[in-house]
Design a protein. Structure first.
Length: 212
C-alpha cells in the first residue's frame, strides 16, 4: 500500500504514464504493443470492442452510437411492402469545417491525390476531403488542412478502411502486401503533416496485426 500511495496510480497507471497516454499516437502504440505482446492468438478486434476501443478498426474512428449499428439491420422476417420502418436515435458528431474541406478540393482541382481521377456529379466536379487522423473517437484528430487529403470515393473508402497507407517517401501502398500504387500527388500550398501520416501508418500496421 505504501508503494501505491507514493505512485498514486490512475486506473493502475502512474500520473506520468496517464499523461503520456493523452497523446493519440502514444496511446495507439501502447494498445498495439499490448495486443502483440499479450493477446496473440485471440480475436483482438472483438476484445477491443468489448473494452471500448472499437474505433481502432478504421481510420475515421467511431462516433457516438456507432458501435451498436451492426445490430440494427432489418432481418428477412421484418420486411414488408411499403416504406421502410424507422428508428429514433440521437448521436454526437464532430463539427466539420466545410471551408477547409472545400479548400483542399479546390487546391487539387477535385482530382484524387492517389489516382488523379476527376469525377463529375450533377454537372459539378466531385471529390471528398479525407481526414488522415480521423475526427472520431479514439483518434480525435484536428479539422485542419495539414490533416486532409483530396480523394475520390474509392480511395477515401480504402484509406479509411486501412487498406492503403502513405509511406515515409510519399508512396501510396497497399496495407496487405505493401504493393505500391504510385506516389501521392502533392501541392505547394497544401502541406501535409507527417505526424498524421505516421499515425495512420501505425494504425494500418496495428489493424493488420489484429486481423491476422
Amino acid at each position: 500500500m505504501g508503494a501505491l500511495s507514493k505512485a498514486q496510480p490512475v486506473a493502475g497507471l502512474t500520473h506520468e504514464s496517464a499523461e503520456l497516454l493523452r497523446n493519440p499516437l502514444t496511446r495507439l502504440e501502447a494498445v498495439a504493443k499490448l495486443c502483440s505482446t499479450y493477446l496473440d492468438g485471440v480475436d483482438q478486434r472483438e476484445l477491443l470492442n468489448r473494452v471500448g476501443l472499437a474505433g481502432y478498426a478504421t481510420a475515421d474512428g467511431l462516433l457516438d452510437g456507432d458501435e451498436n449499428r451492426h445490430g440494427q439491420e432489418t432481418t428477412d422476417t421484418e420486411r414488408a411492402v411499403g416504406p421502410t420502418t424507422r428508428r429514433e436515435s440521437t448521436s454526437s458528431q464532430p463539427v466539420r469545417n466545410a471551408t477547409i474541406a472545400q479548400q483542399v478540393k479546390k487546391l487539387h482541382g477535385h482530382a484524387c491525390q492517389v489516382c488523379e481521377t476527376r469525377l463529375w456529379y450533377k454537372r459539378r466536379p466531385y471529390s471528398e476531403a479525407a481526414h488522415i487522423r480521423g475526427l472520431g473517437s479514439p483518434h480525435d484528430g484536428p479539422d485542419e488542412l495539414p490533416n486532409l487529403l483530396c480523394l475520390c470515393p474509392n480511395h477515401h473508402v480504402l484509406f479509411d478502411g486501412l487498406e492503403i497507407y502513405i509511406d515515409v517517401d510519399g508512396v501510396v501502398r497497399q496495407t496487405h502486401g505493401d504493393a505500391p500504387l504510385g506516389r501521392l500527388r502533392q501541392h505547394v500550398d497544401h502541406r501535409i503533416d507527417e505526424a498524421y501520416l505516421q499515425y495512420h501508418r501505425t494504425l494500418c500496421k496495428f489493424a493488420g496485426q489484429a486481423g491476422e
